[in-house]
Ligand binder design. Sequence first.
Ligand code: CUA
Length: 321
Amino acid sequence: MESVFSLALLGDSVLNPSSFGGEAIKHLFNWYFLAAALIFLSVTFSVIYFSWKYRAKRYPHAKQLFGNTKTELFFTGTALLLVTVFGIYSFNLMYDIQPEVNDSNNDIQPDVIITGHQWWWEVYYPATQSVTANVLHIPANKKILVELHTADVIHSFWIPQVGPKRDMIPGRTNFLWIGATNAGQYEGLCSEFCGAEHAWMRFPVIVESQTDYENWLKAKAMNASEPTDSLALKGKQLFTQKTCSNCHSIRGVTEKANYGPDLTHLSSRPVILAGMFPYNKSNLRAFLQAPDDLKPGVHMPNFILSQQELNALVAYLDQLK
Ligand code: CUA
Protein backbone atom coordinates (compact mmCIF):
# COMPACT_ATOMS: atom_id res chain seq x y z
CA MET A 1 0.00 0.00 0.00
CA GLU A 2 1.26 3.40 -0.89
CA SER A 3 0.86 6.43 1.28
CA VAL A 4 -0.82 9.46 -0.23
CA PHE A 5 1.64 11.91 1.22
CA SER A 6 5.16 12.30 0.02
CA LEU A 7 7.84 13.02 2.58
CA ALA A 8 8.02 16.67 3.52
CA LEU A 9 9.20 18.54 0.46
CA LEU A 10 10.13 22.18 0.37
CA GLY A 11 7.03 22.68 -1.76
CA ASP A 12 4.82 21.93 1.25
CA SER A 13 6.64 24.27 3.59
CA VAL A 14 6.00 27.73 5.00
CA LEU A 15 8.56 29.05 2.53
CA ASN A 16 6.10 28.37 -0.28
CA PRO A 17 2.97 30.03 1.15
CA SER A 18 -0.44 30.29 -0.44
CA SER A 19 -2.08 32.21 2.39
CA PHE A 20 -3.14 35.80 3.05
CA GLY A 21 -0.44 36.44 5.64
CA GLY A 22 2.02 33.98 4.15
CA GLU A 23 4.00 36.37 1.98
CA ALA A 24 4.29 38.88 4.83
CA ILE A 25 5.51 36.17 7.21
CA LYS A 26 8.00 35.03 4.60
CA HIS A 27 9.35 38.59 4.29
CA LEU A 28 9.69 38.83 8.06
CA PHE A 29 11.49 35.48 8.07
CA ASN A 30 13.85 36.67 5.34
CA TRP A 31 14.75 39.81 7.33
CA TYR A 32 15.36 37.74 10.47
CA PHE A 33 17.45 35.33 8.46
CA LEU A 34 19.48 38.16 6.89
CA ALA A 35 20.11 39.85 10.26
CA ALA A 36 21.05 36.55 11.90
CA ALA A 37 23.31 35.60 9.00
CA LEU A 38 25.13 38.97 9.12
CA ILE A 39 25.68 38.68 12.89
CA PHE A 40 26.84 35.09 12.55
CA LEU A 41 29.29 35.95 9.76
CA SER A 42 30.69 39.03 11.49
CA VAL A 43 31.20 37.15 14.79
CA THR A 44 32.82 34.20 13.02
CA PHE A 45 35.05 36.51 10.98
CA SER A 46 36.05 38.54 14.05
CA VAL A 47 36.93 35.46 16.09
CA ILE A 48 39.13 34.05 13.32
CA TYR A 49 40.70 37.37 12.33
CA PHE A 50 41.56 38.59 15.83
CA SER A 51 42.78 35.15 16.93
CA TRP A 52 45.23 35.35 14.06
CA LYS A 53 46.11 39.03 14.42
CA TYR A 54 46.76 38.91 18.17
CA ARG A 55 48.27 35.43 18.24
CA ALA A 56 50.56 34.60 21.17
CA LYS A 57 53.67 34.50 18.96
CA ARG A 58 53.35 38.19 18.12
CA TYR A 59 51.75 39.37 21.39
CA PRO A 60 53.06 37.17 24.22
CA HIS A 61 51.63 39.61 26.78
CA ALA A 62 48.01 40.65 26.52
CA LYS A 63 47.17 44.32 26.94
CA GLN A 64 44.72 44.84 29.77
CA LEU A 65 41.64 46.92 28.94
CA PHE A 66 39.28 48.41 31.51
CA GLY A 67 36.14 49.45 29.71
CA ASN A 68 35.56 51.26 26.46
CA THR A 69 32.46 53.44 26.48
CA LYS A 70 32.22 53.79 22.70
CA THR A 71 32.40 50.03 22.03
CA GLU A 72 29.95 49.23 24.83
CA LEU A 73 27.48 51.81 23.58
CA PHE A 74 27.82 50.47 20.04
CA PHE A 75 27.13 46.84 20.99
CA THR A 76 24.31 47.62 23.45
CA GLY A 77 22.75 50.12 21.06
CA THR A 78 22.85 47.80 18.05
CA ALA A 79 21.32 44.92 19.98
CA LEU A 80 18.61 47.16 21.44
CA LEU A 81 17.81 48.61 18.02
CA LEU A 82 17.54 45.18 16.38
CA VAL A 83 15.30 43.79 19.13
CA THR A 84 13.05 46.87 19.03
CA VAL A 85 12.71 46.97 15.24
CA PHE A 86 12.07 43.23 14.92
CA GLY A 87 9.76 43.25 17.94
CA ILE A 88 7.53 45.99 16.52
CA TYR A 89 7.59 44.42 13.04
CA SER A 90 6.63 40.97 14.45
CA PHE A 91 3.86 42.16 16.79
CA ASN A 92 2.28 44.33 14.11
CA LEU A 93 2.29 41.45 11.66
CA MET A 94 0.87 39.03 14.24
CA TYR A 95 -2.00 41.38 14.91
CA ASP A 96 -2.64 42.05 11.21
CA ILE A 97 -2.97 38.42 10.20
CA GLN A 98 -4.68 37.12 13.36
CA PRO A 99 -7.36 39.55 14.55
CA GLU A 100 -8.33 38.94 18.15
CA VAL A 101 -11.15 36.45 18.62
CA ASN A 102 -12.36 35.35 22.03
CA ASP A 103 -15.49 34.07 23.69
CA SER A 104 -16.91 37.59 24.07
CA ASN A 105 -16.92 38.16 20.28
CA ASN A 106 -20.31 36.55 19.97
CA ASP A 107 -21.00 38.13 16.61
CA ILE A 108 -18.17 36.21 14.96
CA GLN A 109 -19.15 32.65 14.10
CA PRO A 110 -16.50 30.11 13.15
CA ASP A 111 -16.71 28.73 9.61
CA VAL A 112 -15.48 25.35 10.74
CA ILE A 113 -14.98 23.62 14.09
CA ILE A 114 -12.13 21.13 14.27
CA THR A 115 -11.50 18.75 17.15
CA GLY A 116 -8.25 16.84 17.53
CA HIS A 117 -8.47 13.22 18.62
CA GLN A 118 -5.91 10.47 19.13
CA TRP A 119 -5.36 10.17 16.13
CA TRP A 120 -7.73 11.80 13.71
CA TRP A 121 -9.44 15.10 12.95
CA GLU A 122 -13.13 15.78 13.50
CA VAL A 123 -14.39 18.44 11.10
CA TYR A 124 -17.75 20.19 11.47
CA TYR A 125 -19.25 23.15 9.60
CA PRO A 126 -21.83 24.70 11.97
CA ALA A 127 -23.68 26.87 9.42
CA THR A 128 -24.70 23.89 7.27
CA GLN A 129 -24.19 21.14 9.86
CA SER A 130 -21.89 19.41 7.40
CA VAL A 131 -19.64 16.80 8.88
CA THR A 132 -16.49 15.01 7.80
CA ALA A 133 -13.17 13.77 9.16
CA ASN A 134 -9.52 13.80 8.15
CA VAL A 135 -10.08 16.18 5.27
CA LEU A 136 -10.73 19.91 5.17
CA HIS A 137 -12.41 21.75 2.31
CA ILE A 138 -12.23 25.54 2.13
CA PRO A 139 -13.09 28.04 -0.58
CA ALA A 140 -10.22 29.87 -2.26
CA ASN A 141 -9.55 33.53 -1.52
CA LYS A 142 -11.64 33.71 1.61
CA LYS A 143 -10.62 34.13 5.22
CA ILE A 144 -11.83 31.18 7.25
CA LEU A 145 -12.24 31.29 11.01
CA VAL A 146 -11.41 27.93 12.56
CA GLU A 147 -12.49 27.01 16.09
CA LEU A 148 -10.18 24.47 17.68
CA HIS A 149 -10.83 21.88 20.38
CA THR A 150 -9.33 18.63 21.56
CA ALA A 151 -11.10 15.53 22.78
CA ASP A 152 -8.13 14.21 24.74
CA VAL A 153 -4.53 15.47 24.84
CA ILE A 154 -2.86 18.56 23.35
CA HIS A 155 -2.71 18.56 19.56
CA SER A 156 -1.61 21.36 17.28
CA PHE A 157 -3.39 22.26 14.08
CA TRP A 158 -1.16 23.37 11.23
CA ILE A 159 -1.38 23.76 7.47
CA PRO A 160 2.07 25.20 6.73
CA GLN A 161 1.21 26.77 3.37
CA VAL A 162 -2.19 28.09 4.41
CA GLY A 163 -1.78 29.64 7.86
CA PRO A 164 -0.04 29.74 11.21
CA LYS A 165 -0.31 26.85 13.66
CA ARG A 166 -2.34 26.82 16.85
CA ASP A 167 -2.58 24.37 19.72
CA MET A 168 -5.71 22.44 20.65
CA ILE A 169 -5.74 22.46 24.43
CA PRO A 170 -8.00 20.42 26.75
CA GLY A 171 -10.73 22.60 28.28
CA ARG A 172 -9.94 25.57 26.04
CA THR A 173 -11.39 26.96 22.84
CA ASN A 174 -8.84 28.45 20.47
CA PHE A 175 -9.42 30.30 17.24
CA LEU A 176 -7.33 30.64 14.12
CA TRP A 177 -7.70 32.53 10.85
CA ILE A 178 -6.58 30.65 7.78
CA GLY A 179 -7.10 31.27 4.09
CA ALA A 180 -5.61 30.13 0.83
CA THR A 181 -5.06 32.42 -2.12
CA ASN A 182 -4.70 29.62 -4.68
CA ALA A 183 -6.97 26.66 -5.31
CA GLY A 184 -5.33 23.27 -5.02
CA GLN A 185 -4.49 20.60 -2.50
CA TYR A 186 -2.36 21.27 0.55
CA GLU A 187 -1.27 19.21 3.50
CA GLY A 188 -2.25 19.74 7.12
CA LEU A 189 -0.72 18.04 10.11
CA CYS A 190 -0.50 17.80 13.87
CA SER A 191 2.44 19.75 15.18
CA GLU A 192 2.51 18.69 18.84
CA PHE A 193 3.55 15.23 19.99
CA CYS A 194 0.33 13.53 21.06
CA GLY A 195 1.14 9.84 21.32
CA ALA A 196 2.07 6.79 19.27
CA GLU A 197 0.46 7.89 16.00
CA HIS A 198 1.26 11.60 16.20
CA ALA A 199 3.18 11.40 12.92
CA TRP A 200 0.10 9.96 11.23
CA MET A 201 -2.23 12.77 12.12
CA ARG A 202 -2.37 14.35 8.69
CA PHE A 203 -5.09 15.59 6.45
CA PRO A 204 -5.46 16.87 2.91
CA VAL A 205 -6.74 20.43 2.59
CA ILE A 206 -8.75 20.97 -0.56
CA VAL A 207 -9.03 24.58 -1.64
CA GLU A 208 -11.67 25.01 -4.33
CA SER A 209 -13.99 27.55 -5.95
CA GLN A 210 -16.89 28.93 -3.90
CA THR A 211 -19.39 26.92 -6.00
CA ASP A 212 -17.53 23.64 -5.63
CA TYR A 213 -17.17 24.31 -1.94
CA GLU A 214 -20.88 24.99 -1.46
CA ASN A 215 -21.83 21.86 -3.39
CA TRP A 216 -19.47 19.82 -1.26
CA LEU A 217 -20.92 21.36 1.93
CA LYS A 218 -24.44 20.49 0.81
CA ALA A 219 -23.48 16.89 0.08
CA LYS A 220 -21.79 16.52 3.47
CA ALA A 221 -24.87 17.84 5.26
CA MET A 222 -27.01 14.97 4.00
CA ASN A 223 -27.84 11.75 5.76
CA ALA A 224 -26.02 8.56 4.89
CA SER A 225 -27.16 6.75 1.76
CA GLU A 226 -29.23 3.61 2.27
CA PRO A 227 -27.75 0.35 1.01
CA THR A 228 -29.58 -1.31 -1.87
CA ASP A 229 -27.94 -4.71 -2.30
CA SER A 230 -28.20 -7.52 0.20
CA LEU A 231 -24.50 -7.67 1.09
CA ALA A 232 -24.40 -3.98 2.01
CA LEU A 233 -27.67 -4.38 3.94
CA LYS A 234 -26.06 -7.18 5.91
CA GLY A 235 -23.15 -4.81 6.56
CA LYS A 236 -25.47 -2.16 7.92
CA GLN A 237 -27.00 -4.72 10.25
CA LEU A 238 -23.55 -5.70 11.47
CA PHE A 239 -22.63 -2.08 12.01
CA THR A 240 -25.60 -1.55 14.31
CA GLN A 241 -25.43 -4.95 16.02
CA LYS A 242 -21.72 -4.97 16.75
CA THR A 243 -20.30 -2.25 18.94
CA CYS A 244 -19.22 -0.05 15.99
CA SER A 245 -21.81 2.57 16.87
CA ASN A 246 -20.37 3.05 20.35
CA CYS A 247 -17.54 4.98 18.72
CA HIS A 248 -18.65 5.91 15.19
CA SER A 249 -21.68 7.84 14.01
CA ILE A 250 -23.45 7.48 10.69
CA ARG A 251 -25.96 10.23 10.20
CA GLY A 252 -29.49 8.88 9.94
CA VAL A 253 -28.45 5.49 11.31
CA THR A 254 -26.88 6.01 14.72
CA GLU A 255 -25.55 9.32 15.94
CA LYS A 256 -24.55 8.93 19.55
CA ALA A 257 -20.76 8.73 19.35
CA ASN A 258 -17.77 10.69 18.18
CA TYR A 259 -14.94 8.74 19.74
CA GLY A 260 -13.95 7.57 16.27
CA PRO A 261 -14.49 9.40 12.97
CA ASP A 262 -18.00 10.01 11.68
CA LEU A 263 -18.52 7.56 8.79
CA THR A 264 -21.54 9.15 7.08
CA HIS A 265 -19.64 9.97 3.87
CA LEU A 266 -16.60 7.79 4.45
CA SER A 267 -15.97 6.60 0.91
CA SER A 268 -15.97 10.12 -0.54
CA ARG A 269 -12.90 11.03 1.49
CA PRO A 270 -9.50 10.93 -0.17
CA VAL A 271 -7.77 9.30 2.81
CA ILE A 272 -8.39 7.06 5.80
CA LEU A 273 -6.56 6.70 9.12
CA ALA A 274 -5.71 10.41 9.23
CA GLY A 275 -3.80 10.51 6.00
CA MET A 276 -2.08 7.17 6.33
CA PHE A 277 -3.64 5.52 3.25
CA PRO A 278 -5.79 6.57 0.34
CA TYR A 279 -9.39 5.49 0.73
CA ASN A 280 -10.21 2.30 -1.13
CA LYS A 281 -11.95 -0.95 -0.33
CA SER A 282 -8.82 -3.03 0.12
CA ASN A 283 -7.25 -0.56 2.58
CA LEU A 284 -10.51 -0.34 4.49
CA ARG A 285 -10.77 -4.12 4.62
CA ALA A 286 -7.18 -4.53 5.76
CA PHE A 287 -7.80 -2.06 8.57
CA LEU A 288 -11.02 -3.75 9.74
CA GLN A 289 -9.27 -7.09 9.74
CA ALA A 290 -6.30 -6.00 11.88
CA PRO A 291 -6.48 -2.36 12.97
CA ASP A 292 -3.35 -2.45 15.08
CA ASP A 293 -1.24 -3.96 12.29
CA LEU A 294 -1.95 -1.02 10.02
CA LYS A 295 -1.89 1.70 12.63
CA PRO A 296 -0.04 0.56 15.77
CA GLY A 297 -1.57 2.10 18.89
CA VAL A 298 -4.89 2.88 17.20
CA HIS A 299 -7.77 2.85 19.69
CA MET A 300 -10.01 0.63 17.55
CA PRO A 301 -9.85 -2.95 18.79
CA ASN A 302 -9.69 -6.01 16.56
CA PHE A 303 -13.21 -7.39 16.34
CA ILE A 304 -11.98 -10.66 14.80
CA LEU A 305 -14.47 -10.47 11.95
CA SER A 306 -15.10 -13.41 9.66
CA GLN A 307 -14.45 -13.08 5.91
CA GLN A 308 -18.21 -12.81 5.27
CA GLU A 309 -18.57 -10.14 7.92
CA LEU A 310 -15.65 -8.21 6.44
CA ASN A 311 -17.19 -8.41 2.96
CA ALA A 312 -20.52 -7.15 4.24
CA LEU A 313 -19.08 -4.29 6.33
CA VAL A 314 -16.82 -3.14 3.50
CA ALA A 315 -19.75 -3.26 1.06
CA TYR A 316 -21.84 -1.14 3.40
CA LEU A 317 -19.15 1.39 4.26
CA ASP A 318 -18.07 1.72 0.64
CA GLN A 319 -21.49 2.93 -0.47
CA LEU A 320 -21.43 5.74 2.13
CA LYS A 321 -20.56 8.43 -0.41
CU1 CUA B 1 -2.12 15.13 17.43
CU2 CUA B 1 0.21 15.20 17.39
